[in-house]
Design a protein around this ligand. Structure first.
Ligand SMILES: [Mg+2]
Length: 381
């Protein structure tokens, strides 16, 4: 290469380019068997994506199938390596093009999400800012709701978990319903007695028909339930709308956790199916996809609540003033505290510390080693 060509090559190279992508899989057992209205599980798979640039290293992740890691490693990482680390949205666009023939939902969306989160985290770390500040923070803390109350819990475990959250200052909690509908009124009653005046949410994970959901909603209203999540399948937008329109006053209908791309959220919003739209940045395209969906909801005047992965959503919530609360999901909160160094809520909210860079998380490799399944790396050539 002559001198002029070398100069041109150097000027084309971004000042900060992505040098390394490392993808790992961890399989973490739940502390107790967990179940909701339509599924049960005893492990959670954490897929991490780390990106590096000039000594800065970042962390993004998703809770997904291990196959997600292979897709990041084989198909997406080459699109990020060498790219401008200050323009994660440009990599997002290239990733969306690359997965066209794979299907834009599910594993492909979760793979894009993990890497997009890692790239935004890297940009914030390069700039020495909390991610919330990089995005434009409108607040430094966001309220949470305690989320668990699994249908697999016995009554004592249910009550202890809910009362424990309220005891730490969390003013709203959610339990799962729908696995055995005949038992749900008693479970809701027990939850109400355990939490006193705190807000009580329920989530059926799509277990009911619309008419059955309306029947259950009327019973739950007697115990002051103010949130009925996925009373019917979130694919049944007409059913959601029916429950939203005919259900008890003061009970919000929420859905959106299975949204992977903006058109899904647009269809939910156009169908007037929800009072509150749930977004999950580990599924809907990371920071880039979350913000796009948040803008859509804003245009419809619909508030947001984040789904799972509270440590990631804290920063997005600080930048999205219409986000009501973060789901402090028991299983993910435990993993993020123990393996990623996330903070616990204080007085019912999670807060961003000014000294944090990016999401402020760090993979505790020694602690995570017991759950490690695989790691693969790629480097900029
Ligand atoms: Mg849910």
């Amino acid at each position: 290469m002559n001198e002029r060509a070398a100069e041109q090559s150097a000027s084309a190279r971004p000042k900060y380019s992505v040098e390394r992508i490392c993808v790992s899989v961890y399989r973490i057992p739940t502390d107790l068997p967990e179940a909701d209205g339509t599924l049960s599980w005893q492990k959670t798979v954490l897929v991490t994506a780390e990106a590096s640039c000039q000594g800065a290293s970042s962390l993004g992740y998703t809770y997904a199938d291990a196959a997600t890691a292979a897709l990041i490693q084989e198909t997406l990482a080459p699109l990020a390596l060498g790219a401008d680390a200050l323009s994660p949205n440009a990599v997002y666009t290239r990733m969306q093009v690359a997965i066209r023939n794979l299907g834009a939902d599910g594993i492909a969306a979760m793979a894009i999400s993990a890497l997009d989160l890692a790239l935004w985290d890297l940009k914030a770390r390069i700039l020495g800012l909390p991610l919330a500040s990089l995005l434009g923070a409108e607040r430094t803390s966001v309220p949470v709701y305690g989320s668990g109350g699994f249908t697999s819990y016995d009554r004592e475990t249910l009550e202890r978990q809910l009362a424990g959250w309220v005891g730490t200052g969390i003013t709203r909690v959610k339990i799962k319903v729908g696995a055995r509908p005949d038992e749900d009124v008693n479970r809701v009653r027990a939850a109400r007695e355990a939490i006193g005046q705190a807000e009580l949410f329920v989530d059926a994970n799509g277990a009911h028909s619309a008419k059955h959901a309306l029947q259950q909603a009327a019973k739950f209203a007697d115990f002051g339930v103010t949130w009925f999540e996925e009373p019917v399948s979130s694919d049944d937008r007409d059913g959601l709308r029916l429950v939203r329109e005919r259900g008890p006053a003061g009970m919000d209908i929420a859905a959106g956790e299975y949204g992977y791309r903006p058109s899904y959220f647009l269809h939910l919003l156009q169908a007037r199916a929800v009072d509150v739209l749930q977004l999950d940045a580990t599924r809907c395209g990371g920071v880039t996809g979350f913000l796009r969906a948040a803008h859509l909801a804003d245009a419809f005047g619909i508030p947001l609540s984040s789904h799972c992965a509270p440590a990631l959503h804290l920063h997005l919530g600080c930048a999205c003033p219409t986000l009501r609360h973060l789901e402090y999901f028991h299983d993910h909160a435990r993993i993020e505290r123990e393996l990623l160094g996330a903070s616990a809520p204080s007085a019912g909210s999670l807060s961003v510390a000014a000294a944090q860079h990016g999401f402020g998380l760090k993979l505790e490799r020694e602690r995570a080693a017991a759950y490690h399944v695989s790691t693969a790396e790629r480097f900029e050539r």
